[in-house]
Write a protein that binds this ligand. Structure first.
Ligand code: FE2
Ligand code: FE2
Length: 269
């Protein structure tokens, strides 16, 4: 075990204080997204203080798809036009990609592949939640969007981490095992540290901490297993010998279409 690298990465995970640099806006938004009792107004109240999110929402509300020729310049009106669930998805994706990752100057291709994988897993988990009638689908979506957040620490602290991920994928190796062997820490542990520091809901932190674990994880088993199954589907696409795998295999086309829609919607092409 390389303790020096582990210590450096642990420090990076602990020091990843994006939220205070944004005056706590991201922290509040994640809290709202993770709380099923929060309202549309709660989200508006926070988003209105962030230029990056507000400008994107106004821009999307004024796209041909939503505006129907009427100019929308009021943020709350724009958010009402788009709809609460859509706004939550947009805000989460924006925080994840623009506000967090670009600020840290990650390579564009690495950033995109992490984002795309996260969205795919999120869409898959939402489908599993709907089809198996376990957990709340939007919650399954959000936690899955964040499941690999610990990888940010490795992108920042490990030279050529993107290449390591691609090699692991090609050789069908579990990346968390590889990380632990090489660095003494994996992205689950780094993600858990971030989850606790950023005050994610406890079950989110658990799913982030244990999504590669083989055995029973004790608490929040159904949520952890859902994230695990959705993640596994994209890591080993040929392996569909489980109920979850079979469901996702059938829904693969829907996930691909959803991905295309999101990528177009956020103008990432
Ligand atoms: Fe992972
Ligand atoms: Fe993953």
């Amino acid at each position: 075990m390389n303790l020096t690298v582990r210590d450096t990465l642990l420090q990076k995970a602990t020091d990843l204080k994006i939220i205070p640099t944004l005056n706590g806006i991201i922290n509040k938004v994640f809290h709202i997204l993770g709380n099923k009792n929060s309202s549309f107004n709660d989200l508006c109240d926070v988003v209105q203080y962030d230029q990056a999110i507000s400008s994107k929402i106004i821009s999307i509300a004024n796209s041909a798809y939503y505006s129907r020729g009427v100019e929308i310049f009021h943020l709350q009106r724009a958010m009402l036009t788009i709809g609460f669930e859509e706004i939550k998805g947009i805000v989460t994706a924006l925080l994840f990609m623009d506000n967090i990752l670009k600020k840290l100057k990650l390579k564009e291709e690495d950033l995109f592949s992490l984002w795309k994988h996260s969205i795919e897993v999120a869409c898959a988990a939402k489908i599993l939640s709907e089809r198996m009638l376990v957990e709340d689908p939007p919650k399954a979506y959000t936690v899955s969007l964040l499941h690999d957040i610990g990888k940010i620490v490795f992108y920042l602290g490990v030279e050529n981490y993107g290449a390591l991920l691609r090699d692991a994928e090609m050789n069908r190796q579990d990346v968390s095992v590889l990380e632990k062997q090489r660095f003494g820490i994996d992205h689950q542990e780094a993600g858990y540290i971030i989850s606790v520091k950023w005050k994610f809901p406890e079950d989110f932190a658990y799913a982030i901490r244990y999504h590669h674990e083989k055995g029973d994880t004790g608490k929040y088993v159904s949520l952890v297993n859902m994230v695990k199954a959705a993640d596994q589907f994209f890591l080993s696409p040929g392996d569909v010998n489980t109920t979850e795998g079979l469901i996702l295999q059938k829904e693969r086309g829907r996930i691909t279409r959803e991905m295309e829609k999101i990528i177009n919607f956020l103008q990432l092409v």
